[in-house]
Design a protein around this ligand. Structure first.
Ligand code: CTP
Length: 393
């Protein structure tokens, strides 16, 4: 089911319809009344070989939006304007498209299209997040020249990219089945005394996104998660909560022999207080010295015991000579792939829902990814890992 709303990008819907038909889909087009000013229903009915619905009812007929909602295997709303986005986020059903959206039980994909400032507006961003919390899948806007003459983010994803995103979604469910994936995520807390600890700003979001994505692809996932306020939603993920680096190390060592892929996304404290005081340390002089001792390096240890069928992936966060340091870690820890986090870019790193990373493999050119949601980064990372499997065979 293809829903089209009133944006200039609607002219691309003709190509999108053709690509979907070519890919073997049956396409039922729904249009909001505003969309019909941008592209004619006749064009789309000719391409889709079906009548196009533009209204819930006309003088002598009523289009059953509930039946349409149940009929579709997927609903793609492209382009989605800011207004229609706001309606969907708030459950308004004032036209055939919004009514079918509310009735649809299938996966829903939406490809927004609007001007740069409308896209960046907090209310739009809030509405996008709202749809994502309903389980709908964002096909992100792309950057470039906009109809207003401005240039920036807001263009609807190209029809080819929309079809690729759908293909990824529908093929993915099986692409990692039979694989066992171990993921470390979040910070570690190293106790100083019963009330204080040494920790870091890791939220665990990146590692949780990887766990969700791997589970969605059918992998058997074990997530070893440090003290993060978050947790994965998928019930198929085996969640192992830990607090300290040593607990994380023990859990990872126990799970590693049975896994095919281990992804070290945790921000592990390199050092811990030599002793944790049993009672709260009371304030005394002007100085307090803490003696720290080294924690075990989980990635390094797993790299040493890795067998030929196993893949080990690390993360690096560097402030200077980033790529050289990341490549050093790749080699030293015997990793197959390292994900280099960028700290420079706004919207990347700790606590954000988006991230900007580079994927680095020994002997290969660094692959720099755009700023995207952590879930989309997880998808790219798992695509890269899946290609490691196929290269090996
Ligand atoms: N790592 C780990 N156990 C540790 C420290 C790090 O498993 N005790 C993993 C991280 O999860 C990450 C990778 O190793 O995947 C690199 O972490 P980082 O802290 O950047 O590496 P270090 O070797 O500690 O390097 P640095 O000298 O920059 O602190």
């Amino acid at each position: 089911m293809l829903g089209i709303t009133g944006s200039i990008a609607a002219y691309k819907s003709a190509l999108l319809t053709r690509l979907l038909i070519k890919a073997g889909a049956e396409v039922q087009v729904l249009m909001t009344p505003a969309a019909t000013s941008f592209i004619s229903p006749l064009t789309l009915s000719t391409l889709s070989r079906r009548s196009v619905y533009t209204q819930v009812s006309s003088e002598d007929s009523w289009n059953n939006h509930v039946d349409l909602g149940l009929w579709a295997d997927a609903m793609i709303i492209a382009p989605l304007t800011a207004t229609s986005l706001a309606k969907l986020a708030n459950g308004l059903a004032d036209n055939i498209l919004t009514a079918v959206y509310l009735s649809a039980r299938c996966p829903v994909f939406f490809a927004p299209a609007m001007d740069l400032d409308m896209w960046m507006h907090p209310s739009t961003q809030q509405n996008v997040k709202q749809l994502q919390t309903y389980g709908n899948h964002l096909i992100d806007v792309e950057e470039g020249e906009l109809a207003s003459g401005l240039s920036g983010a807001g263009r609807m994803a190209e029809p080819e990219h929309i079809v690729q995103a759908l293909n990824r979604f529908f093929n993915r469910s099986l692409s990692m089945s039979g694989k066992s994936v171990l993921i470390t995520a979040g910070p570690t807390y190293e106790p100083i005394d019963p009330v204080r600890f040494i920790g870091n700003h890791s939220s665990g979001k990146m590692g949780i996104a990887i766990a969700e994505e791997a589970a969605a692809r059918g992998a058997s996932v074990t997530l070893i998660l440090g003290p993060s306020a978050l947790q994965p939603e998928s019930e198929s993920i085996r969640l192992h909560r830990v607090t300290t680096a040593r607990e994380m190390y023990d859990a990872a060592m126990a799970a590693f022999p049975a896994c095919d892929v281990a992804i070290m996304a945790a921000a592990v404290a390199d050092y811990r207080p030599a002793t944790a005081a049993e009672e709260k340390i009371k304030k005394k002089g002007d100085h307090l010295e803490l003696q720290l001792v080294k924690n075990p390096d989980i990635a390094l240890t797993l790299g040493q015991s890795k067998t030929p069928g196993q893949y080990l992936i690390g993360f690096a966060l560097e402030t200077h000579n980033a790529e050289a340091h990341a490549r050093g870690k790749l080699q030293r820890k015997n990793l197959d792939l390292i994900v280099l986090n960028s700290l420079q870019d706004e919207g990347a790193g700790f606590g954000h829902d988006t991230n900007k990373v580079s994927l680095i493999r020994a002997g290969n050119k660094t692959r720099e990814l755009e700023l995207k949601t952590k879930r989309a980064v997880a998808a790219d990372l798992l695509d890269e890992i899946e290609s490691l499997f196929t290269e090996k065979n």
